[in-house]
Structure formats: structure tokens, C-alpha cells
Design a protein around this ligand. Structure first.
Ligand code: VGL
Ligand code: ZN
Length: 198
């Protein structure tokens, strides 16, 4: 039985100055680096979209960032172009420890489906493979930190709890986008799914 630290999307585009900047997103980096020593397994996730991804407002004529659209898999927020494969914005924050982690898992590569969760794309059925990796490493407990609390951390934590992992989110090592109450809704949803918020 091992414990894994899952570091969600600590990338330049989600930090101040980035395309989809999360306020204070960079301030969590030193604490995350320090926490890595406490875990058997450390995983980094990386939002990794092709140019012209369907979650970008610029891919939909007449739409603006933060508008909602209906996708075949359900409602989808439209975002500024962000985390385009190979761009500086998609790179990890320069101070994040990328030496210690055991693996990096990328998500959001399918042009037609967004992927907030580290486990499943937003159709909630296409797996990323992270579950299999963690199970074959003997991991049963997960601690999640990173960006953003109300989107990728939230969806990853809820999916992990549904998969039967014992899940904790350390909120002080996360920061939120907080669109129209999305942080409060995310906290309620995580608690309802059995995620421990600490
Ligand atoms: C994220 C919006 C779009 C996140 C990723 O990492 O929370 N949010 N893509
Ligand atoms: Zn994204």
C-alpha cells in the first residue's frame, strides 16, 4: 500500500503572466516541492492541447473566453488558448521540481474532448491510463495539489474517489479560477464524493 502525490497542471499558463492565469498560482510551488519527499510515488499532470483545441473560444466563431457551449459530452466552458503542446505556456513552472517525479501524464490531446481530470476525459469514459499506473504501483492513497482547485483538481479528486482511492486535497497548495461560484460548488462536490479537504 503506497501513497502518491498527484501534482495537477503547475504550468506557466496557469501562473501569473500566463494565458489562463490563476491568481497566486505560482505561490504553491515551494510547498509542493517540499511535500514530494513524503510520498512513495509522485506524478505530475500536464494540460497538453493541440492548437485549435475545441475547448478554446477561438475555435468557435462569435464566442468569447468563459462562454459556455454544448458539446456532445455535455456543457463546456470555453477558455483562452492555453497549454498548447510544446509552447512555453505548457511548460511546467520553472521552479517546480521535475526531477523527483516518477511520471508525467499529459491530458487534453484529443481535439474534440477537453480533459480536466487526470483519470478520464470530459466524456467521463475515455481513460488516461493513470489509474492503471497507480494500481500497478500498489498505490491506494492519493494526495492532490495544484491548479486549478475548481477545475482540474476537483475533477481529478472526484474521479479518484469514485475509483476507490483514498483521496485528500490540500487546499493551501491549490489555487482556484473561481468562475461564478465554481470554487464553492467544487468544494461541495469533492466533499460529497468522499474527498478529504485539508
Ligand atoms: C484547467 C481549464 C482548462 C485546469 C485546464 O488545469 O484546471 N482549467 N484547462
Ligand atoms: Zn486545458
Amino acid at each position: 500500500m503506497s501513497n502518491a502525490l498527484i501534482v495537477i497542471d503547475v504550468q506557466n499558463d496557469f501562473c501569473p503572466g500566463g494565458a489562463l492565469a490563476v491568481p497566486q498560482g505560482d505561490l504553491i510551488v515551494p510547498g509542493i516541492n517540499a511535500l514530494m519527499a513524503d510520498f512513495d510515488v509522485v506524478v505530475l499532470t500536464q494540460d497538453w492541447h493541440p492548437a485549435g483545441h475545441s475547448s478554446f473560444a477561438t475555435s468557435h466563431g462569435g464566442k468569447a473566453p468563459y462562454d459556455m457551449i454544448d458539446m456532445p459530452y455535455g456543457p463546456q466552458v470555453l477558455w483562452p488558448d492555453h497549454c498548447v503542446q510544446g509552447s512555453t505556456g505548457a511548460a511546467f513552472h520553472q521552479n517546480l521540481n521535475v526531477t523527483r517525479p516518477d511520471m508525467v501524464i499529459r491530458k487534453g490531446m484529443n481535439p474534440a474532448i477537453d480533459s480536466y481530470s487526470a483519470f478520464f476525459e470530459n466524456d467521463q469514459t475515455t481513460p488516461t491510463g493513470l489509474e492503471g499506473y497507480l494500481r500497478t504501483r500498489g498505490v491506494t492513497g492519493l494526495t492532490l495539489v495544484g491548479l486549478a482547485t475548481d477545475f482540474c483538481v476537483n475533477f481529478s479528486a472526484v474521479d479518484a474517489a469514485k475509483l476507490g482511492f483514498d483521496v485528500t486535497v490540500i487546499e493551501t497548495l491549490c489555487r482556484a479560477i473561481d468562475l461564478e461560484g465554481s470554487l464553492a460548488a467544487a468544494r461541495d462536490g469533492m466533499r460529497a464524493a468522499g474527498v478529504a479537504l485539508s
